[in-house]
Design a binder for this molecule. Structure first.
Ligand code: HEC
Length: 181
């Protein structure tokens, strides 16, 4: 468990450095390299898995959180935050209930970003099923995103601090990481 956490942190660190380097080289909106893709590729599963299926202002707003993280990390309050739950069947079941009640309306029952309430939002709700498997989506990042929401970035992602306690957020995350069973 410990070792796994360390590993994912190490991966996140490497990923962060590489991405920051790439960003420095091509600081002109070419973020994940989709600038070189044809329009046929834009709608591909791969693009959507990064949540970049739709271009336009929404995309830039979505990018803000990632960009901020790459450059500044999470705010100090979240730095070093670690999940306190293990992904037992009970925790995953609790997480499923929490996710269903609080998140599915926008992010979709299986985290595909296709919830009814999210249809008209710009940017659209993140494709969490894929996002939570990315190196960037470590504990501190997810806690920050879920507790503070998107106000700072002008998005409709609600702030759940005060709505959910930390343990409930960890359970929700455990459920999402387990692949939305
Ligand atoms: C009212 C609709 C809505 C609800 C409800 C909602 N979200 Fe979101 N969420 C969004 C939108 C829109 C975005 C994309 C913009 C952004 O990143 O702020 C988003 C983004 C996110 C991100 C950031 C993804 C990234 O790329 O960094 C995470 C993590 C997330 N949501 C988790 C959750 C969880 C967990 C819940 C339930 C506890 C939840 N959301 C509930 C609308 C919603």
């Amino acid at each position: 468990m410990k070792q796994k956490t360390f590993l994912s942190l190490a991966v996140a660190a490497v990923f962060g450095v590489a991405a920051a380097g790439a960003f420095a080289q091509q600081n002109n909106g070419d973020w994940w390299g989709h600038g070189r893709m044809s329009s046929g590729q834009m709608g591909s599963d791969h693009m959507q898995s990064w949540g970049w299926g739709h271009m336009g202002p929404g995309q830039q707003m979505r990018m803000q959180r990632h960009w901020t993280y790459m450059n500044e990390g999470v705010p100090t309050a979240y730095r070093g935050a670690r999940s306190t739950v293990r992904a037992t069947p009970q925790v995953i079941a609790d997480g499923k209930a929490l996710y269903t009640n609080n998140c599915a309306s926008c992010h979709g029952a299986r985290g595909l970003g296709d919830g009814e309430a999210g249809r008209s939002l710009v940017p659209s709700p993140a494709l969490l099923q894929r996002f939570v498997q990315m190196p960037m989506a470590g504990d501190e990042y997810l806690l920050w995103a879920i507790f503070e929401g998107g106000e700072r970035f002008g998005t409709d992602m609600p702030a759940f601090e005060g709505e959910l306690n930390e343990e409930e957020v960890w359970k929700t995350i455990a459920y999402m990481r387990a692949g939305f069973p």
